[in-house]
Design a protein around this ligand. Structure first.
Ligand SMILES: Nc1ncnc2c1ncn2[C@@H]1O[C@H](COP(=O)(O)OP(=O)(O)OP(=O)(O)O)[C@@H](O)[C@H]1O
Length: 584
């Protein structure tokens, strides 16, 4: 319970929204519950004052006052219930909207490197399922839980006043029952963490399975994956059954101990009646009320599952909120120039060191190409310039200004990107290219597409530039997607261009068209490009050869060939691969 309260308070704090409305709703719910139980005590009170139980004589109109009170209580209960619910709904939704806004804002400020593919399934689950759970808690569960707890407490307060001995008998088993419930809670919480982890891993696998189904089926691996998923489900089932068997036992103990209070009550009442110290009316009241007191407490055990889920969801959301955001620099004006310099840059993913002591300069409007074997750290080197991450050692400057001093919007305004992994959205071609520059006219977008050699294939689409291209542009070929991303970059017209050449994976005609589009794009810009096909960078001003995270060689194409080192080896290897094809 303490975990639940702390988790709820953390959510309230994180949302930055006033919880006044929720508290009002909860207070109204308690008042509503008080109206619901009041008739028992009023009946006891009137009956104990009048015949045959009390000294008074019931007149013909004696029912009028109790009836009026009853009507008043029912009306009050209805009104309080309505107002309580409204306050809880409105307050709960407003708070969770603010909380979700805070999470989205936080996500937006995380370093771009955090959104690696492996995290998308996890993030999607956290941002939908876990936030939805918070919404349910603040709009429904908290009120129901408070009602479950407040009813027994209100009853107990009244019963103590009527007969403390019977009340004591009724309450005597509560501490033991609560201890059993607490034990069950701790047990479920510990098991639940592992179960949730299994769930999250499994949903990540399902996302990956659906995303990669085409490849898996083509390679006849779908069945093997399904077996892997089945094994995961079996693990979850086994884990859940273990948890239910043991945890369910504790809940059963809680219920038995709680209901044992009824037996104790009857025994004490019998003893008191035998000693003539208890009126039959008070005995009747306690017997009637005892079940009403216990019912909500028994219900409270059922909320245990939801409380546990809430605590776990909140933990995951808090972990997300605890992820360090990208430190924003204060400088909002563009740097005075667009030369790039890396100084003693070192970087690693966790314990794995990927870049070591990297220093180089990219002159303004010059083309610097990065080549090297797979896994050498080329993409990482480029991503550091876009602040996907900050270097752990050394610094990177644009126009002489350290990237960390620049506001990220200012930095991104100076950078154009053409990466291998082109992200397209389920909108029209026009909308997708316009992502490059908000507010660009249709004419400007079409002109950029024309320069990027997109016009011909776009015209062939059913509705031309208005054609919707499906989620992530699945209706387009790799080369077409690539050219749309070049059109975007052309439209953005940023002075610095980061290019991850992807022509290796497309056919010769597409390669030619992409090359043509790129030559439009690189003109007059500071360019850093990762090159996979060495012929495309023969004319680069500078070529850096990266190997195992270190710059092994640097120079022009001719000077590197003359050196006869790694670059010359790579060149010869590519020539040898191309030769049979050229000869064919
Ligand atoms: N997000 C990440 N988390 C952990 N390790 C990563 C991540 N991205 C890359 N790596 C690792 O860092 C090393 C360098 O990767 P990087 O993608 O920078 O190399 P690369 O030279 O661009 O390779 P390629 O030419 O195959 O794309 C590799 O060992 C890779 O496994």
């Amino acid at each position: 319970m303490a975990d639940f309260v702390q988790a709820s308070l953390r959510v309230i704090r994180a949302s930055g929204h006033s919880p006044a409305r929720i508290y009002t709703g909860l207070a109204l719910h308690v008042a509503e519950r008080a109206c619901a139980i009041a008739p028992y005590f009023l009946a006891w009170f009137w009956l104990s004052r009048s015949a045959p139980f009390g000294p008074g004589v019931a007149g013909p109109w004696a029912w009028v006052e109790p009836a009026a009170w009853l009507v008043l209580l029912v009306l009050g209960q209805m009104l309080l219930s309505y107002l309580g619910q409204m306050n809880n709904f409105l307050g709960g939704y407003a708070l969770t909207i603010a909380y979700r806004g805070r999470l989205i804002d936080h996500l937006q400020r995380l370093p771009l490197g955090v959104f690696g593919r492996q995290r998308i399934g996890h993030l999607a689950s956290v941002m939908t399922d876990d936030v939805k759970r918070m919404e349910d808690v603040f709009t429904h569960l908290s009120a129901e839980l408070l009602a479950s707890i407040s009813v027994p407490l209100l009853f107990a307060a009244m019963l103590v006043w009527i007969d403390w001995r019977l009340t004591l008998a009724l309450l005597a088993t509560w501490p033991l029952a609560l201890a059993a419930l607490n034990g069950a809670n701790r047990f479920f919480l510990a098991r639940g963490v592992r179960k949730q982890k299994l769930f999250l891993e499994t949903s990540g696998l399902i996302v990956e399975f659906i995303g990669g189904l085409r490849t898996l089926r083509l390679f006849h691996r779908a069945q093997a994956w399904l077996q892997g998923l089945d094994a995961r489900f079996a693990q979850i089932r086994q884990h859940s059954m273990g948890a239910e068997a043991w945890g369910g036992g504790s809940v059963l103990v809680y219920r038995i101990v709680l209901e044992g209070g009824l037996l104790l009550l009857l025994a004490v009442a019998g003893w008191l009646i035998a000693h003539a110290t208890l009126t039959p009316l008070t005995w009747l009241l306690f017997v009637l009320v005892a079940c009403k007191v216990l019912d909500p407490l028994l219900d409270a055990a059922a909320y245990l599952v939801e409380l546990r889920a809430l605590v776990q969801s909140e933990t995951r959301l808090q972990q997300l909120l605890d992820e360090p955001v990208l430190k924003e620099g204060g400088r909002t004006e563009a740097p005075p120039g667009f030369a790039v310099s890396y100084r003693h840059v070192g970087f690693g993913y966790g314990a794995q060191r990927v870049l070591h002591d990297i220093s180089f300069d990219v002159p303004e409007q010059g083309v610097t190409a990065i080549v090297g074997p797979s896994g050498a750290g080329k993409s990482t080197l480029l991503e550091l310039l876009a602040r996907f991450y900050d270097p752990q050692e050394g610094s990177i400057a644009l126009g002489g200004v350290d990237l960390r001093a620049l506001c990220s919007d200012t930095l991104y305004r100076q950078l154009g990107f053409v990466f291998q992994d082109v992200q397209l959205f389920d909108g029209s071609v026009l909308e997708n290219v316009r992502v490059g520059r908000e507010g660009a006219s249709d004419g400007e977008v079409i002109e950029a597409c024309r320069l990027a050699c997109c016009d011909a294939f776009v015209q062939r689409l059913p509705d031309g530039y208005a054609t919707r291209i499906g989620e992530n542009g699945q209706q387009l070929s790799g080369g077409e997607r690539q050219r749309l991303s070049i059109a975007r970059a052309l439209l953005k017209d940023a002075p610095v261009l980061l290019l991850d050449e992807a022509t290796a994976s497309v056919d010769a005609q597409s390669q030619h068209e992409i090359q043509q589009a790129l030559s439009q794009l690189v003109a007059g810009r500071t360019v850093i490009m990762i090159a996979h096909r060495l012929p495309t960078i023969r004319h680069a001003d500078q070529i850096l050869v990266l190997d195992q995270g270190r710059i092994r060689e640097r120079g022009t194409h001719a000077s590197l060939l003359a050196q006869g080192g790694l670059y010359a080896q790579l060149w010869r290897a590519q020539e040898a691969m191309a030769a049979p094809l050229d000869g064919a």
